[in-house]
Design a protein around this ligand. Structure first.
Ligand code: SF4
Length: 339
């Protein structure tokens, strides 16, 4: 405890108009609400509270949160911790859903498990959700959790690359149906074909995008390239600009490993130069990409292969799944997918 007893930073006092000499006390984080006389309100502002209030009064006012020994900083930190715990409880309570729209992708990143899928031919990699599957997925969400109010209102769109230009029709169907059911969407995308969705890129439909960049122009283009059109850096940057200008929170994940770590600062300076960092819808974070050829993780990650994950989660009859489950599987797979 940092200080002598004093009025809590979160105590709010409201004079009641209808009753003389009465005040309402409200406490911001305990949720207490009480009606008290003016002498209590005045006493709580006194320098030496214990000389003007009885022990019982002090005990009661402290229990309700109106009096405290905590400094303002301690109270603020307590509230931040409390909010964090509530947030985590909340996210456990609500069911999260994600649609794996397709296994196909227009990039050929060397570390991606999609390469394994491609080896099984187009019968696997070219599969995309149909309208019938989408309808069934929405129905199944209510079977999994019949209480709609316990669904997270945000559905994740995932792949492969979920926002391929050729997926436009099915993505629009998913989004408009989801919108009518009260959902918004978060997409984990490589950002290359985002401009084909410009009329749908609106806060009405989308909550956020996560787009990965693997370094500055040259390094990024050497790893994240379009399988037909080649370099992708400038197009992805242009599409990030489109997204943030249209009001969508867009988080750039900077993938780095020992070969491109030097590009991180260059890229951040570039974001500053082109004005991205001034846009409140733009954020970035760095994420380490494991090099499985040289990592000891390889020896320890025998729990699942990517094929196990795909068989268990994606290639079953379900084209939807609890995203926490999907991401847990990916964490334990030998191969990465770092879109
Ligand atoms: S990591 Fe993402 S963008 Fe790259 S090939 Fe895989 S799915 Fe496509």
């Amino acid at each position: 405890m940092g200080e002598s007893l004093h009025k809590s930073y979160y105590t709010i006092t409201v004079k009641l108009q209808a009753e003389d000499d009465k005040h309402m006390l409200i406490h911001g984080y305990t949720g207490a609400i009480d009606i008290v006389d003016s002498n209590i309100v005045n006493a709580m502002n006194a320098e030496n509270i214990s000389s003007v209030l009885s022990e019982d009064e002090i005990s009661l006012l402290s229990q309700r949160g109106y009096l405290t020994n905590k400094t303002v900083e301690e109270e603020q930190s307590y509230v931040a911790h409390f909010a964090d715990v509530l947030h985590r409880m909340n996210s456990k309570l609500y069911k999260n859903f994600g649609f794996v729209i397709t296994y196909d992708c227009n990039f050929r990143c060397p570390y991606c498990f999609e390469n394994i899928i491609s080896k099984h031919g187009t019968a696997w990699s070219k599969r995309t959700m149909t309208k019938e599957m989408v309808d069934k997925a929405y129905d199944a969400m209510l079977k999994i959790e019949p209480h709609r109010e316990l669904h997270s209102n945000n559905i994740i769109l995932y792949g492969g690359e979920p926002l391929l230009r050729e997926n436009r029709e099915i993505v629009e169907y998913i989004i408009k149906k989801g919108h009518n059911l009260g959902y918004k969407f978060k997409a984990i995308t490589n950002g290359y074909d985002l401009n084909y969705y410009s009329d749908l890129i609106s806060p009405k439909f989308f909550k956020s995008f996560q787009i990965s960049i693997d370094g500055f122009r040259e390094k990024h283009n050497s790893r994240k390239f379009h399988f037909k059109e080649g370099d992708s850096f400038d197009k992805v940057i242009s599409n990030i600009s489109l997204a943030i200008e249209q009001g969508i929170n867009t988080s750039v994940r900077i993938n780095f490993d020992r070969t491109n770590i030097g590009d991180r600062e260059i890229l951040i300076k570039y974001f500053e130069k082109i004005g991205f960092t001034k846009n409140p819808n733009f954020t970035y974070h760095a994420a380490k990409v494991d090099d499985f050829e040289h990592s000891t993780i390889k020896q320890n990650s025998k729990l699942f292969t990517s094929l196990d994950a795909i068989n268990n989660i994606i290639l079953g009859d379900n084209c939807f799944a609890n995203t926490e489950v999907i991401l847990t599987y990916f964490k334990h797979t030998k191969y990465n997918k770092e879109c």
